[in-house]
Design a protein around this ligand. Structure first.
Ligand code: AMP
Length: 249
């Protein structure tokens, strides 16, 4: 069984992003970019499925600019066997990515597609769900445990007040939550090995997909600045401030 893992190149989670002066978006020039953290978890899970003998091949896929190749090399250093870049300079929205992934699913016929639950740049949380709709495959979102049992995939999800376990027929779409696993460190020998692994490049046209954006961003604003807090001497002073200054009690 092949496992397809879409990985997105996003602004590194340690970077404090700045809104562009014309409010059209955030400034990503000269900013550190990394693999979306939930996608690192997805790659790790796919590699573990291969190590356990359930998967035969792990294929990482990224859609975007040429530099996404770096993200794909990282995925291959974690353990993906090969990679596919769908190269375009067009700003990709979740529906466009889902359509590209559907075209690749038709081509590669994977048993599982494991995505991140959300990209930390757009926070959309849409691509996995849209892909499940386009492929008409079962989906289990926000996975905190994935097991293959008797030819089906069993996914545990953290829901309000407990855990929900789903059993899905494959092929299926899974999206990862934070607690699914802790991705391994990428070692230097594996980085070197990853450089030699196969990386195929397609254009959206090669896959017959129109990636024209459907949604227009009107404006991006900085969050309001918060004023610094103060230390109060005791509980009485705190209660007094809550009552007379903040007027919340
Ligand atoms: P989103 O719906 O944008 O929050 O993204 C959810 C997941 O879809 C991500 O964690 C990735 O696994 C996948 N994804 C989104 N955009 C891309 C992209 N440009 N290339 C590859 N995978 C993507």
């Amino acid at each position: 069984m092949k496992v397809l893992v879409p990985v997105k190149r996003v602004v590194d989670y340690n970077v404090k992003v700045r809104v562009k002066s014309d409010q059209t978006g955030v400034d990503i020039a000269n900013v550190k970019m990394s693999m979306n953290p939930f996608d690192e978890i997805a790659i790790e899970e796919a590699v573990r499925l291969k190590e356990k003998g359930f998967a035969t091949e792990v294929i990482a896929v990224s859609c975007g600019v040429t530099q996404c190749q770096e993200t794909l090399r990282t995925a291959m250093a974690i353990g993906a066997d090969r990679a596919i870049l769908v190269e375009t300079a067009v700003e990709l929205q979740p529906l466009a990515v889902a359509k590209l992934l559907k075209a690749l699913a038709d081509k590669e016929q994977p048993g599982l597609i494991i995505l991140g639950k959300q990209a930390i740049d757009d926070d959309c949380n849409q691509t996995g769900q849209m892909l499940a709709a386009l492929t008409d495959w079962p989906q289990a979102t926000f996975a905190s445990k994935v097991e293959v049992v008797d030819g089906r995939v069993q996914v545990t999800r953290e829901v309000d007040g407990g855990l929900e376990t789903l059993s899905l027929q494959m092929p299926a779409v899974i999206t990862t939550d934070l607690r699914l696993n802790e991705p391994r460190y990428v070692t230097l020998p594996n980085i070197m090995k990853a450089k030699k692994k196969q990386l195929d490049v397609f254009k959206p046209e090669d896959l017959g997909v129109d990636v024209t954006p459907r949604i227009k961003t009107l404006k991006v604003n900085e969050p309001p600045k918060r004023s610094a807090g103060i230390k109060v001497a005791d509980v009485a002073a705190l209660v007094d401030k809550l009552k007379n200054e903040a007027k919340v009690i």
